[in-house]
Design a protein around this ligand. Structure first.
Ligand code: NAD
Length: 317
């Protein structure tokens, strides 16, 4: 299949593009390098440096049977300061991309959505039918694209899957998690373990969770990549899909700290500071629908395996 992968110079996009190349697809990798790195684009993919919202550019790339759309700004905190940037980059650019792709005849579209569409939910795990209530312009931007896609599907313009990832983590030697700026707990804890940061800050230890720290559902990037390949296939039988991608198992921030200390064999200072606005106490996926429809299993996402792979990848940077 000829597949366009946007955001293929980023963490999840590069890992997925590599898998799609390995599965024999003809992959065109489009990234404006706003936060990605050209060296992340896997060997075997054709790299085009450019913006996914550049309709002329996208049209000039020809016809694709499928597109996997990762390109986005990903920091919820920044979106609270500059919402207009997130709506322009994540929403407007997505629809310009879709406009170009639909006109050149794309058949299947897989969209990187997020558990951020759910906002603060009390009852765990969270199923796809739970009402959405994003807490940030970032989460709202993902929901807006999902909603537009639902119309395109309903009106027969294309087939689309919105994949709501929980916390992407882990890494491979070729594609470590290395965001700039880094906002995710495991790589930040690894920075503390090697002394690149003086200490690790945990936001809040008075949440209504077993140990008082926030609980999240960590999913290995390799499992996410596999789910995208399966979603492209599943769209042959389903015009529209909305699926959670998580393990169904919650890990607290304290558990992450303990696992990072155990895996690296290094101790570091942890400071518990005030809660951060907008952080839900817990976010854990119900993943039954993805397991059933995609025949997907998160095989790499045991927490110790995630941290072990993240540590190996971190040391390769
Ligand atoms: N990392 C997570 O835990 C997580 C969780 C839920 C959803 N997601 C979603 O997954 C996707 C990938 O996340 P990631 O962690 O790999 O982020 P990342 O920052 O590593 O990758 C995003 C890539 O998109 C590129 N990009 C951004 N805007 C672009 C544009 N307009 N045109 C072309 N390229 C553009 C960046 O240069 C970067 O290479 C994002 O859509 C994100 O919202 C990530």
């Amino acid at each position: 299949m000829r597949i366009l992968v946007t955001g293929a110079a980023g963490f999840i996009g590069s890992t997925t593009a590599e898998l799609l190349v390995a599965k024999g697809h003809d992959v065109v990798a489009l990234d404006n390098l706003a936060s990605g790195r050209a060296e992340n684009v896997p060997v075997g993919a054709t790299f085009i440096e450019g913006d996914c919202g550049d309709e002329q550019l996208v049209t000039s790339l020809g016809t694709f049977e499928a597109c996997v759309h990762f390109a986005a700004r990903i920091e919820p905190g920044e979106s609270m300061k500059y919402p207009e940037v997130f709506f322009a980059n994540n929403v407007a650019s997505s629809f310009r991309l879709l406009n170009a792709l639909v006109h050149t005849g794309v058949e299947r579209f897989v969209f990187s959505s997020s558990c951020a569409v759910y906002g603060d939910q009390v009852e765990m795990p969270i199923g796809e039918d739970r009402s959405t209530a994003p807490h940030s312009p970032y989460g709202q931007s993902k929901l807006m694209v999902e909603q537009g896609l639902q119309w395109l599907v309903e009106l027969g313009r294309l087939r689309a899957a919105s994949l709501r990832y929980f916390n992407a983590a882990g890494g491979t030697l070729a594609h470590p998690e290395n965001h700039n700026p880094e906002i995710h707990l495991i790589p930040i804890a690894l920075d503390a373990a090697v002394g690149r940061r003086s200490h690790l800050e945990i936001f809040g230890n008075d949440y209504p969770t077993p140990d008082g720290t926030c609980v999240r559902d960590y999913i290995h990037v390799s499992d996410l990549a596999e789910a995208h390949a399966l979603a492209i296939t599943a769209l042959a039988d389903h015009a529209g899909l909305t699926l959670n991608l998580g393990t169904g198992i919650g890990s607290s921030n304290k558990q992450i700290v303990e696992t990072v200390k155990k895996v690296t064999g290094r101790d570091f200072e942890v400071r518990y500071v005030a809660r951060r606005a907008g952080d839900p106490a817990a976010a854990v996926a119900s993943n039954g629908r993805a397991r059933e429809i995609l025949r997907w299993q998160p095989l790499e996402s045991d927490l110790e395996n995630i941290v072990t792979d993240a540590w190996a990848a971190y040391q390769s940077i």
